[in-house]
Design a protein. Sequence first.
Length: 76
Amino acid sequence: MEKEFIEKFAEVLELDETIHLNRDTEFRSLEQWDSIAYLSLIAMIDEEFGVVIDGKDFQKFKTLGDLIDFIASKRV
């Protein structure tokens, strides 16, 4: 699921393939991160993984690993 999530995250942010993303990537520090990216990411997580994340929970996440772990915990 980790690889799939990272690929979909890159699609949502329309990231260049040269950007190396991993669990430790702090997504808020990416140049492409903005309010549109946030909304698109929330929608993608709901559509692709069937997990709804509210704003309070989302504020706690710093890295892609945080998001991946949260999604995994909700899908079990």
